[in-house]
Design a protein around this ligand. Structure first.
Ligand code: SIN
Length: 284
């Protein structure tokens, strides 16, 4: 149900909406309209917000409380709030969030939502893409759905955040403060297909950034099927794309989406602020 004052416009056929004429300050007392929009669209961009760091934290609390944010240093006085930034002079080949993933899926209780608030946006580029993991699951064959329904998947942050991971290897000149460590090699299992606790819909819960293998399978055995799933899940007709503006606050549901931050704005600065909202243990 949209807030009564708001204009809601779809971003694409698969998922996503943008909302104008609604202040997220209203969600502090009554977060239900925001939950409802997220249940309907999975990704919702609220335009023309003017939140400061404290209000960003308050919104996070109103929607369920902060999730745990490992590896990335938080803003002083705001545990849980991180700066997502790429400076104009940075030419990193791997930007933060630059491969398809759902946030912190390697955690025992991955975050329900992410709240990303745009501050400094390049004149072109720097869009974010999302894809619907509901539709990814629903458009598989019945045979593959049945196979996946009984499988678990092993997740880890190692490819990204370990001492020899992609973020360590591309750290030169990066302004984002990321602590890479072999603690990131810890593994956690989740079902390959989960049931969303609000919508009751089933969602494919695998992503190329954090998944290592199917539980009980070798990496070599897992790779062909995982590659099929990654390609299937990120097809263009399952995606939406957001052009950011300063003041846009986008909230997405990590339990039914993946996302990818495009790295196509060389020579310009991009800065956003991010929290995650605590989630629960994913269930089949
Ligand atoms: C992220 O993966 O959370 C960052 C997304 C973005 O910068 O657009």
């Amino acid at each position: 149900m949209a807030p009564s004052t708001a204009t809601v416009t779809r971003l694409a056929g698969a998922l996503g909406a943008e909302v104008e004429g609604y202040s997220l300050l209203d969600a502090f007392d009554d977060p239900q309209p925001v939950h409802d929009l997220l249940t309907q669209y999975s990704v919702v961009a609220f335009r023309d917000q003017d939140l400061d760091h404290d209000q960003h934290d308050q919104l996070t609390l109103a929607l369920g409380g902060h999730g745990e944010t490992p590896f990335v240093r938080h803003m002083d006085g705001h545990p849980g709030l991180v700066r997502v930034v790429k400076e104009a002079a940075e030419s990193t080949i791997h930007n933060f969030g630059g491969s398809w993933h759902s946030d912190w899926s390697f955690q025992p209780k991955p975050p329900a939502y992410t709240i990303l608030r745009a501050h400094d946006i390049p004149p072109h580029g720097g869009d974010t893409l999302w894809c619907s993991q509901y539709l990814a699951y629903e458009t598989l064959s019945d045979g593959l759905k049945t196979t996946l329904d009984s499988l678990d998947v092993v997740h880890s942050a190692g490819w990204s955040y370990s001492a020899s991971g992609i973020l360590a290897r591309s750290a030169n000149g990066r302004s984002m403060q990321i602590d890479t460590t072999d603690d990131a090699l810890e593994e956690h299992c989740h079902p390959a297909v989960i049931t969303h606790p609000r919508s009751g819909r089933r969602s494919l819960f695998v992503n190329a950034t954090y998944v290592l293998r199917f539980d009980g399978w070798t990496k070599a055995e897992s790779r062909p099927l995982l590659d099929i799933l990654y390609e299937h899940a990120t097809q263009e007709h399952l995606t939406c794309r957001l052009r950011w503006r300063p003041g846009t606050v986008t909230i997405w549901d990590n339990r039914c989406t993946q996302h990818l931050a495009l790295n196509d704005y060389t020579g310009f600065r991009r800065e956003l602020f991010r929290t995650t909202v605590a989630g629960t243990t994913p269930v089949r």
